[in-house]
Write a protein that binds this ligand. Structure first.
Ligand code: CA
Length: 226
């Protein structure tokens, strides 16, 4: 998880950064609006924590600018001013949530987690990497333009791999995400599903997208030359 913290008060920025890093979230701090916009032009984040009162370009203008460019990264606004007009303005500018200063770190963390969950759930477009594409709403999978029929569980495993394209997922991470946290004894369910997927998405095309990373797990990646 990668988070941009836009906050001009070093003490608050440091407090948020330290807390999030303890939770193993990857953070970057921008101390003014211009720097934030520059970073957002060249980098992507899972969530943005955005202070409203900033030197130069204020938080609401940063947000407006971002949304105008079609950037829909979830934004949580920080504000010292607990006024109705600020909230309305913020929500109209496309903020996803609000936090009034001073706030506890636990509350910020809970809100961030809720935002990330909501963002994942609400995404219902298509995912595409290399020559494979899935339509989330229609549960339709195509590779090289050819339709592939998957069972619902196979679809979920493939979707998870595609969402993490190029990154290794451990068997345990896949198990937890797809089948929940309650598998107490070791099972080979993940390997079973990976094998089924390989038969459908790799074998017929004579080119492997699913790779075993020994000792770690699996990843989806194209090794074909472009
Ligand atoms: Ca400020």
């Amino acid at each position: 998880m990668r988070i941009l913290i836009v906050e001009d008060e070093p003490k608050i920025a440091g407090f948020i950064k330290k807390g999030l890093e303890e939770e193993n979230w990857n953070t970057l701090v921008a101390y003014d609006g211009m720097t934030a916009l520059d970073l957002l032009n060249t980098d992507t984040f899972d969530v943005i924590i955005l202070d409203i009162m900033l030197p130069g370009i204020d938080g609401l203008s940063v947000l407006q600018n971002l949304r105008d460019q079609g950037n829909n990264t979830p934004v949580i606004l920080l504000t010292a001013k607990d006024t109705v007009s600020d909230r309305v303005k913020g929500l109209r500018s496309g903020a996803d949530d609000y936090l009034i200063k001073p706030f506890s770190f636990d509350e910020l963390l809970a809100r961030l987690e809720a935002l990330v969950r909501r963002d994942k759930r609400s995404f219902s477009g298509t995912l595409k990497s290399a020559d494979i594409e899935i339509d989330i709403k229609k549960h339709r999978v195509t590779r090289k333009g050819k339709r592939i029929n998957l069972t619902p569980s196979e679809f979920r495993v493939l979707k998870l791999l595609l969402e993490n394209y190029g990154h290794v997922l451990s068997r345990l991470a896949i198990e937890e995400e797809i089948w929940g946290l309650n598998l107490e004894k070791e099972t080979n369910i993940v390997d079973v599903y990976i094998n089924r997927l390989r038969k459908k998405i790799d074998v017929p095309f004579n080119s492997s997208l699913i790779h075993t990373v020994r000792g770690f797990g699996y990843k989806l990646e194209s090794t074909d030359e472009d």
